[in-house]
Ligand binder design. Structure first.
Ligand SMILES: NC(=O)c1ccc[n+]([C@@H]2O[C@H](COP(=O)([O-])OP(=O)(O)OC[C@H]3O[C@@H](n4cnc5c(N)ncnc54)[C@H](OP(=O)(O)O)[C@@H]3O)[C@@H](O)[C@H]2O)c1
Length: 346
């Protein structure tokens, strides 16, 4: 491309705000539009929403038709809940979609919705791709580490963190936090809400040539022993303060891929396994490989540490824009693309 890629930023919450900031900082990307879900954001300059020092002249809008008419090359799609209708509209207009919102392969979608997405990609000559920190970067590292093995028995990835700094109350409640442990259907609801991890497990199985015959989900909950006020939500004593679960892929009785989490919220929870404060990537086989990814502040960092986690989540998606624009139309995954790198600071 001899011109910057024209990009739409879709929502500016925790992740989207950092994606927007990164788009503005990259000479090879040009911000052409910002979608706002919240009425309070409509009409505000992108700079204001991203904490960028100079006005951009790009105002956030909820006018989807106007955004589609911009002829953008790509959209960084970071809403709280993804919408198949929005994705179809973007793709069939020729806008390549890079998503953090519950999309890795699309495997958890209904066959009818997946057909709609594939047809929209064909019509618009566009691609859809999903990533993030976990799932996303962790799966890339797991797949790459397995390249060190003569034989791979299992790839296991665990997000092992205190999530108190992730201020998305709706996301946290969806995972069970602050709910009574006897909430009916809780394990099934957490399975459903976290099903994108199953997509990432299936992607890794495919990459290592393991023909999965089933996926399972197991979860255990830990009750908080005291009250925690996190500012954006409270975890009262006796409600769920810890959630540990895995989506597992099987070949017969062999568990070959496992993607999960060991999460706590607040100060009064003892998790079933000690926290590692990062992403634990294990490949079992010959040899066994293990690494832990930590997201740490650079020396000159003056913003909140929480923002670093948001950058870590946003960048595997935003940095993928040129790769996804260049990919053939359709659903593209982390296993299809060359390693996605960041950009030299200059
Ligand atoms: N793979 C990963 O590592 C990873 C990690 C964390 C999160 N995620 C995913 O990334 C996405 C964004 O996460 P986030 O923490 O940035 O979320 P968030 O800040 O809670 O919400 C993102 C934005 O969604 C819009 N929104 C709010 N309520 C909505 C609703 N009911 N329906 C549709 N949109 C709504 C708002 O847009 P406006 O700003 O325009 O008002 C909000 O700012 C989520 O889908 C999340 O699951 C992925």
């Amino acid at each position: 491309m001899d011109r910057p890629l024209r990009v739409i930023q879709w929502t500016t919450g925790n992740i989207g705000r950092r994606s927007l900031h990164a788009i503005l900082s990259r000479p090879d990307l040009e911000l052409v539009g910002v979608y706002a879900h919240g009425a309070d954001k409509v009409g505000r300059d992108a700079a204001d929403l991203a904490g960028w020092p100079e006005a951009t002249g790009v105002l956030a809008t909820n006018d989807v038709a106007a955004l589609l008419a911009l002829g953008a090359d790509a959209c960084c799609y970071n809403p709280l809940w993804p919408s198949i209708d929005e994705l179809v509209a973007l793709l069939e207009s020729g806008v390549n979609v890079c998503a953090s919102a519950a999309w890795i392969t699309g495997g958890k979608q209904s066959p009818a919705d997946l057909d709609r997405i594939r047809e929209a990609c064909e019509r618009g000559g566009a691609s859809i791709f999903g990533s993030g920190a976990h799932p996303g970067m962790t799966n890339t590292v797991g797949m790459v580490l397995s390249g060190s093995c003569e034989r791979v028995d299992e790839i296991r990835i665990t997000e092992s963190v205190d999530c108190s700094t992730y201020a998305s109350a709706e996301t946290q409640r969806a995972m069970g936090f602050s709910l009574p442990p006897d909430t009916p259907g809780l394990a099934e609801s957490v399975r459903r809400e976290s099903e994108v991890f199953a997509e990432s497990a299936a992607m890794m199985a495919d990459a290592i040539g393991a023909p999965l015959d089933r996926m399972t989900f197991d979860v255990e909950f830990t009750e908080a022993t005291g009250d925690s006020d996190l500012g954006f939500m409270t975890i009262p004593a006796g409600t769920i303060g810890g959630v540990m679960g895995y989506h597992r892929g099987w070949v017969g009785d062999r568990n070959v891929v496992s993607v999960g989490f060991n999460w706590i919220m607040g100060e009064h929870t003892v998790p079933p396994k000690p926290l590692q404060h990062g992403h634990v990537i294990q490949v079992f086989g010959v040899p066994n490989m293990r690494t832990v990814l930590h997201c740490l502040p650079p020396k000159d960092w003056t913003e909140s540490v929480m923002d670093l986690g948001m950058i870590y989540t946003a960048m595997p998606v935003t940095n993928a824009v040129p790769y996804v624009v260049a990919a053939p139309p359709g659903i593209v995954t982390l296993a299809d693309l060359a390693p996605i790198t960041g950009r030299f600071g200059g």
